[in-house]
Design a protein around this ligand. Structure first.
Ligand code: ZN
Length: 86
């Protein structure tokens, strides 16, 4: 197994141009590289927060359509009846 110390010496990360973006969630500066796991977010936390905001939004919309629990039960009963007949 060969050591690659000489290779690491020549490849300077400082020489590469860096692109930075603002995290959509918190506005923090994110360095845009191929190894940035959570881009365009600065971290997993911000990515999850953003996804959570979308999930809450769709939950609210879905909840507004069916206001009564019995409606859901009726829909489920109807669906299983259809499956049985089919
Ligand atoms: Zn962030």
């Amino acid at each position: 197994m060969k050591k690659t110390a000489s290779l690491a010496k020549t490849a300077s990360p400082v020489a590469a141009p860096t692109t930075t973006v603002a995290c959509p969630q918190c506005g923090a500066v994110v360095v845009w590289t191929s190894v940035s796991r959570w881009k365009p977010f600065c971290s997993e936390r911000c990515k999850l927060l953003d996804l959570g905001a979308w999930a809450n939004e769709s939950y609210r919309i879905a909840g507004a359509e069916i206001t009564d629990v019995s409606e859901i039960e009726d829909a489920l009963a109807g669906a299983s009846d259809t499956q049985r007949a089919h």
